[in-house]
Design a protein around this ligand. Structure first.
Ligand code: 5GP
Length: 204
């Protein structure tokens, strides 16, 4: 998606060969008009998927997920990051290891906010190794609902997430796909370029 690629070129900063900083418009300061445009694009892409709810993982996915939900006219649900297991209550939980922080958390959802007949669109800001998305998929599967699509703002195609999600059979749409990162280097891939050969050099 050109709008997002242009903004990344202008404001994104490659902190290393694996980490991109987009704090000025996605992760820290948020451009609401811009998020609305990204949400509209996701809604258009998944308009025929019968989506009943948009899910995201706190916190950076919330802004684009909310805008997507607004354009699809469905509720948005935030999967929470808890530090420990909730032992009582009707919850789904699964353990995730965070790519950027190297820490673990319990991805948590109260059962009230998902039904077996739901068709879920998962929105997240980045796709790296696919840990967060695979965790969300476990929770959705456990509830009996369907993960009908995954929308990512920025996919780092040189990491293994895209392949993992596709191998698991999910429909993934990334608005920007990065083939290479480095000091002063941000290279984009076309929407339909394969991630496979790049993923063989995947870095953690
Ligand atoms: P994954 O679960 O796919 O391994 O990593 C995705 C999560 O890690 C995203 O939700 C995002 O919060 C974080 N993340 C991964 N890579 C980056 C990155 O390059 N920059 C930033 N800001 N966050 C990232």
């Amino acid at each position: 998606m050109k709008l997002l690629e242009d903004r990344i070129k202008k404001e994104g900063k490659a902190l290393s060969e694996t980490v991109l900083k987009v704090d000025s418009f996605i992760n820290h300061q948020v451009d609401s008009e811009f998020m609305d445009a990204l949400g509209e694009d996701f809604a258009e892409h998944f308009k025929d998927a019968g989506i009943t709810k948009v899910f995201t993982i706190e916190s950076s996915g919330i802004a684009p997920a909310l805008m997507t939900a607004k354009h699809l006219d469905v509720p948005m649900v935030i999967l929470k990051k808890q530090t420990s297991k909730i032992l009582n209550g009707n919850v789904y939980q699964t353990r995730i290891t965070s790519f950027t922080k190297g820490t673990s958390y319990e991805l948590t959802l109260f059962a009230d906010y998902i039904q077996p007949e739901d068709r879920i669109l998962l929105i997240d800001d980045f796709l790296a190794n696919g840990e967060a998305a695979m965790g969300a998929s476990r929770i959705i599967a456990e509830s009996g609902a369907t993960l009908a699509g995954i929308g990512i703002l920025i996919e780092k195609s040189f990491q293994k997430g895209r392949n993992r999600l596709e191998e698991a059979g999910y429909n993934v749409y990334s608005q920007a796909r990065i083939g290479k990162l480095g000091e002063g280097v941000i290279e984009f891939l076309d929407e339909d370029a394969p991630a496979a050969d790049l993923a063989s050099e995947a870095s953690e």
